[in-house]
Design a protein around this ligand. Structure first.
Ligand SMILES: NC(=O)c1ccc[n+]([C@@H]2O[C@H](COP(=O)([O-])OP(=O)(O)OC[C@H]3O[C@@H](n4cnc5c(N)ncnc54)[C@H](OP(=O)(O)O)[C@@H]3O)[C@@H](O)[C@H]2O)c1
Length: 326
């Protein structure tokens, strides 16, 4: 059985929709949605499907409707959410064993889906939109926030909630984690650890008869648990990178290739830049400076390598989003 996730953008008053559409347009959120759902199965209610107006490309789309039938390439319908999930699992077993299921709204799909979902990907907006369609309430006893990242768009945060009681990130339970999410969490942890260090140092000494603003014992406890979590993630990221292969090369090898390509491009660029400083240098006698290398040829090699780097980067990025953390 594939894992079931919920993905939604939710305003501070719970709004997800207004008059049949989404009352905001945040390109960064659209690309986050696309990145997470591409290659997976998207289940949505009939009205949401109608508001989008077409099946989402590169995703198997299942529309839930009690009356209407939808068929097409990468498109089908189901009479209930349960039936949609059964169809999604059948599709995944047959076509794409590492794919996940994403419930993409609207509100009834989300309400029913909350019981089944192991993870919620919520883009949280910090202002109300007074809409007519709301995201259902959920309890912090059922879901805890495991990652929160400010988007570049002001007032927008990407939060990930996970069902409590799951064996988090063991890779053995129903819930799993994509490599890209682990990398994001690793970056968040590193930032958090740096802040904790500063807070610890700021509270390391106090004047006689005064107490620190924050208790260093609590901070130390938080620091240690963050570092433990970081260690766990780093071990699993390294393990995943060393096991997962793309066209006969592991992710570790692709990353090494990418890093070395960057070093090579940078060295070539410096050479081209220095070798281009030709012309005349005025001294006691006029000295003519000539390039010792073929600048044009080097530049075309740089262009070729830069293209290779871009492709490699895209490959690694998409592997990150499709690979389950071991
Ligand atoms: N912010 C976000 O992330 C987000 C995401 C998705 C949608 N939205 C917005 O939400 C609004 C649409 O949501 P909505 O709640 O009004 O409608 P919806 O859930 O998309 O569609 C409702 C319809 O889906 C079918 N349906 C849903 N659950 C079903 C079930 N369990 N069993 C059988 N049929 C089921 C029924 O179709 P039939 O009537 O054909 O039986 C129902 O009338 C729009 O404004 C949209 O833009 C926002």
């Amino acid at each position: 059985m594939a894992e079931v996730n919920i993905i939604a953008a939710v305003a501070s008053d719970g709004t997800i929709g207004k008059n049949g559409s989404i009352p905001w347009d945040i390109p960064e959120d659209r690309s986050y949605f696309r990145r997470l759902t591409t290659g997976n199965v998207c289940i949505m209610g009939r009205r949401t499907f109608e508001s989008i107006g077409r099946p989402l490309p590169e995703r198997q789309c299942i529309v839930v409707s009690s009356e209407r039938e939808y068929t097409g390439e990468m498109l089908c319908s189901a009479r209930s959410l349960r039936e949609a999930i059964e169809k999604a699992n059948a599709y995944i077993t047959e076509n794409s064993p590492s794919a996940s299921i994403f419930l993409c709204g609207g509100s009834r799909i989300y309400s029913e889906g909350l019981e089944l979902a192991c993870r919620l990907y919520l883009t949280e907006l910090d202002r109300p939109y007074h809409g007519d369609t709301l995201f259902p309430e959920f309890s912090s006893e059922d879901f805890i926030c495991i990652s929160r990242r400010s988007a570049e768009t002001p007032g927008c945060t990407f939060a990930v909630y996970e069902r409590t009681g799951n064996k988090k990130y063991t890779g053995k339970g129903e819930c799993s984690m994509k490599l890209a999410e682990a990398l994001q969490e690793r970056a968040d942890l590193n930032r958090n650890i740096a802040q904790l260090r500063e807070r610890l140092c700021a509270n390391a000494i106090v004047q006689e008869n005064e107490s620190p603003a924050e208790d260093p014992k609590d901070l130390l406890k938080e620091l240690n648990s963050s570092i433990d979590r970081l260690q766990e993630l780093m071990e699993r990221i390294n393990l995943t990178n060393s096991l997962v292969e793309y066209e006969g090369r592991t992710i570790t090898q692709l990353i090494a290739q990418k890093d070395c390509l960057k070093v090579r491009i940078s060295a070539y660029k410096s050479l081209v830049s220095d070798a281009s400083q030709t012309g005349h240098r005025a001294r006691m006698t006029e000295i003519k400076l000539l390039s010792t290398v073929d600048v044009k040829k080097l530049q075309s090699e740089i262009d070729k390598m830069s293209k290779e780097l871009r492709l490699l980067d895209n490959t690694i990025q998409s592997l990150n989003w499709t690979t389950e953390l071991k």
